[in-house]
Design a binder for this molecule. Structure first.
Ligand code: F6R
Length: 366
């Protein structure tokens, strides 16, 4: 059942190229330059008239929501707010019938997300679901939606659900951007072509597995980790830290790289590994100087960089390369090494990676 893998988590990490492809299937046609998504198509007027999008989710799904904030705003110029479902539902949030709520959930059973949907519906909002489990409570409670086609995710730590959620949200943002005219047809086409290359690029990233395992061996006894990223990769830093915490029980924090100087930099010494996502687009120079700041305080740097990178390689202790892609698509690649790093550390520490203590696959309690 684990298909020759030692754990479901590793199997699911390796399933990502196929899972992303399955999520494209029938929706992305790069050669014809079209994206087809019935849930978006049928409600296009609502999407075009929406004042804003409010994303509600928990945990890893919330991180996918944060990535989508960058994509929707950047490509489709729609203001986005990303809310923890548990906070949203217990406030008195301002919601109107001009708002579109996107609820993201792998299981489709998360109690807080379900309650947030009910609240949004009661205020007249249109609710779009991004779920993995077909026929789940959230899929049924939303007005419409688009499934991720990740297949069953058994490992408690969410991996392929995350990258396929980003896939769906990226397709939505591109479709809306095209309808709104916020990107040109050639930009649109370029995105689709690049998107279609992602599964193969994920496969290429997976080839770093042995090297990542060596890095894991060097840092498995660390008591704390810091994860840094900027822009599209800031949510990836949060996700990397969550993955490490939940399966290895090592304390980890994710931060936007530039926030480091406002506090966390005080933590840095030779015992603090810092995982930095430093791909070559979007504020590359800024992140290089963040890395220099860490280095000058003796922090250990594990960097995720674009293939062929020179500047970061000169400073970092370890570099993991990912293939070049458009900035908006980097999270689907940069997430992979962080999943593998957590996985190997947890295995080396003898933890139960598929069923970490205190956690359940679907949190159906509030
Ligand atoms: C992280 C993890 C949790 C879930 C969260 C939301 O690896 O598994 O943080 O992401 O409980 O679950 P869903 O997506 O099922 O609503």
């Amino acid at each position: 059942e684990k298909g020759g893998f030692e754990h479901f988590m590793l199997k699911e990490i390796y399933e990502q190229p196929e899972a992303i492809l399955d999520t494209f299937r029938g929706r992305l046609k790069a050669d014809e330059a079209i994206i087809k998504m019935a849930g978006v198509e049928d409600n296009m007027k609502r999407f075009l008239n929406a004042d804003r999008i409010i994303v509600v989710a928990c945990g890893t799904s919330w991180h996918a929501g944060l990535v989508s904030e960058y994509i929707f705003e950047d490509l489709a110029r729609i203001p986005v707010e990303v809310e923890y479902a548990s906070e949203f539902r217990y406030r008195n949030p301002v919601i109107t019938d001009k708002d579109i709520v996107i609820a993201i959930s792998q299981s489709g059973e998360t109690a807080d997300t379900l309650a947030a949907i009910k609240l949004a519906k009661s205020k007249g909002a249109f609710v779009f679901g991004v779920c993995n489990v077909v026929g789940s409570s959230i899929a049924r409670e939303t007005h419409t939606g688009a499934y991720t086609h990740a297949g069953p995710e058994i490992g408690v730590a969410s991996t392929k659900a995350f990258t396929t959620q980003i896939t769906v949200l990226t397709l939505m943002a591109l479709r809306l951007a095209r309808a709104k005219g916020t990107i040109t047809s050639s930009e649109f086409r370029h995105h689709l072509i690049e998107l279609e290359l992602i599964p193969d690029k994920v496969r290429e990233v997976l080839e770093s597995n042995e090297y990542i395992k060596e890095i894991a061996a060097s840092y498995k006894d660390s008591k704390n980790f810091l994860y840094l990223g900027r822009g599209y990769n800031f949510p990836v830093a949060l996700e990397g830290a969550l993955k490490l915490k939940e399966i290895s029980y090592i304390h980890a924090e994710g931060y936007p790289a530039a926030e480091m100087k406002h506090g966390p930099i005080a933590l840095i010494d030779e015992f603090m590994p810092v995982v930095v996502i430093a791909t070559n687009k979007g504020h590359y120079d800024k992140i290089v100087s963040n890395i220099q700041e860490i280095k000058s305080r003796n922090g250990k740097i594990i960097a995720v960089v674009t293939k062929g990178d020179v500047d970061v390689r000169n400073i970092a202790d370890h570099v993991i390369e990912v293939p070049e892609t458009m900035e908006a698509l980097t999270p689907m690649l940069t997430t992979i090494p962080l999943q593998l790093l957590s996985y190997h550390i947890a295995v080396m520490l003898g933890k139960n990676v598929d069923q970490p203590r205190n956690l359940a696959k679907a949190v159906t309690v509030e």
